[in-house]
Design a protein around this ligand. Sequence first.
Ligand SMILES: [Zn+2]
Length: 143
Amino acid sequence: MKKYFETKDTKDSEAGEMVFLTPSMLVVWGYFVNFCQMKKLPCLITNISSKTRNSTVDIHRSGRAIDVRTWTWNAKSIAAAEKYMNEKVGALGAYSKGSGKRKVIHYEPTVKDESGKIIKGEHFHLQVAREHQNILPKLRGRQ
Ligand SMILES: [Zn+2]
């Protein structure tokens, strides 16, 4: 059987947490899995609902974000994923604090502590805005 995506093998079931994702996050996730399948890139979920360090808004616990490992991705693939996701579902992205613009995909580099130990590996943070209305009109003309 072909694997389109995997979850990190921990006692906390990330796959089971997918039921808590918002409808727009599931749409974004569908596009991301499609991209990975087309490009034959590994798609490993490392976090759905855990609260991340330094996170002021708990976007993960509200079902509006998924983290995907990018350790084995090259810079070209990372850039291509950002372009694809922005074109297809950028209209669903959460508003960024800095620019005030919507952002659906964000590349996070590796974070190490003072001793050089990796606290958080590099990953994509996929995120959607807090909206509950019908999301399809936002995507018209983008398919
Ligand atoms: Zn995240």
